[in-house]
Write a protein that binds this ligand. Structure first.
Ligand SMILES: [Mg+2]
Length: 377
């Protein structure tokens, strides 16, 4: 099978309400949709949701990088040769950054492999270590009252795990976490994500000490991404486990975190690792170091979320899964694909991996056409 064309569309997928965290505020999710066509008539789909503050990618940089560099580099190649293709990007194109662009194109290659073999993607990644993953809903910055109301609604739907976005003034963070704990009940799992917002180690230690009475499973990215010394300083002074997200992009950063003793948990996202192959390599370093993984996302639609889900159920070292179903309060107004489902199992909302070949998502062409966007500058 040979790749004959790579096509890209730029979308802004509307959100029900703005997504505000320490490092960004979004009214809609930027989304680059990639379609890779082959001489056998199969088309693979991939998605980038670029996050400038994580990897420097933007909606338009992903379009440019795939259009000018990555896309032309794969024409005529076999989509099964992913390791060789990723190495070509690294050692012949000398690609730096642009992980979201790499991830979108790489995702489409995996989708093609599954479609060619008639097997779901997880079967190509080692098979299933579980059937589904507990849903964890992300709660962006909002008033404590609004967060409590959202949490109560989701608790009624069987949601038992919440990620509260923090990194604001520590006292405001405490009010938000207290409101969510009260509404979620004592049995719920709550994690806190500062998204670098506390910035320095001393502020982070003060904030985490304020939050620790609320039974926090772990605190994510308390300090800025490139300061592993600060992360270790915090880790040595609080009882709550420390997870690193922005700090952990590819295998080299993961190894640096291990050597620095900077964290207890890694957060892996396909948009940071440049795709599934990079995620597998980071996970291997984590597993060897005795560090469990939380798989996360950047607010992808069903397509990107399903790709994460396949990888997450295939990797036994993944202990946490930070993703909510796209139709939760504040989520996507109009998803661009169908096939991702959830169900309540023993009272717990669980995301179910699609059964179809490849990623298993059927695109909604009307929703895509309605949300296309063009450059404003
Ligand atoms: Mg995070």
């Amino acid at each position: 099978m040979k790749i004959t064309a790579v096509r890209i569309e730029t979308l802004e997928v509307a959100l029900e309400s703005p997504f505000v965290i320490a490092s960004s505020a979004l009214a809609a999710n930027p989304c680059d949709l990639v379609r890779v066509e082959t001489d056998e008539g199969l088309t693979g789909f991939g998605e980038a949701v670029p996050a400038y503050e994580f990897t420097g990618d933007t909606l338009w940089s992903v379009e440019d990088v795939i259009g000018e560099y990555l896309g032309p580099s794969v024409i005529g190649l076999d989509p099964f040769d992913i390791e060789a293709i990723v190495r070509l990007w690294e050692r012949e194109l000398f690609t730096v950054g642009n992980q979201a662009a790499q991830a979108a194109l790489e995702m489409a290659l995996w989708d093609l492999q599954g479609k060619a073999l008639g097997r779901p993607l997880c079967d190509l990644l080692g098979g299933r270590t579980r059937d589904g993953l507990v849903e964890e809903v992300t709660l962006a910055w909002d008033s404590p009252e609004a967060l409590a109301e959202k949490t109560q609604r989701m608790r009624a739907d069987g949601v038992t795990a919440y990620k509260v976005k923090a990194g604001d003034a520590p006292e405001r963070d405490e009010q938000r976490v207290a409101a969510v704990r009260e509404a979620a009940g004592p049995g719920a799992r709550i994690t806190v994500d500062a998204n670098q917002g506390w910035w320095d180690a001393r502020t982070a230690v003060r904030a985490i000490k304020l939050l620790s009475p609320y039974d926090i499973a772990f605190v994510e990215q308390p300090v800025r991404m490139d300061d592993l010394e600060a992360a270790r300083f915090v880790r040595e002074r609080v009882d709550v486990p420390i997870a690193l997200d922005e700090s952990v992009r590819g295998p080299r950063e993961a190894l640096a975190c291990v050597k620095a003793g900077a964290c207890d948990i890694f957060v892996i996202k396909l948009m940071k690792t440049g795709g599934i192959l990079g995620a597998i390599k980071v996970n291997a370093i984590a597993e060897a170091a005795g560090i469990p993984v939380a798989m996360g996302n950047m607010g992808e639609s069903s397509l990107g979320l399903a790709a994460h889900l396949h990888a997450s159920i295939a990797l036994a070292n993944v202990e946490y899964w930070d993703a909510d179903l796209p139709w939760r309060p504040g989520g996507l107004k109009r998803d661009i694909g169908n096939g991702l489902t959830g169900e309540v199992r023993d009272g717990v909302s669980t995301m179910v991996v699609p059964e179809g070949p490849g990623i298993g998502i059927v695109l909604d062409e009307e929703a895509i056409a309605a949300q296309r966007t063009t450059r404003r500058w």
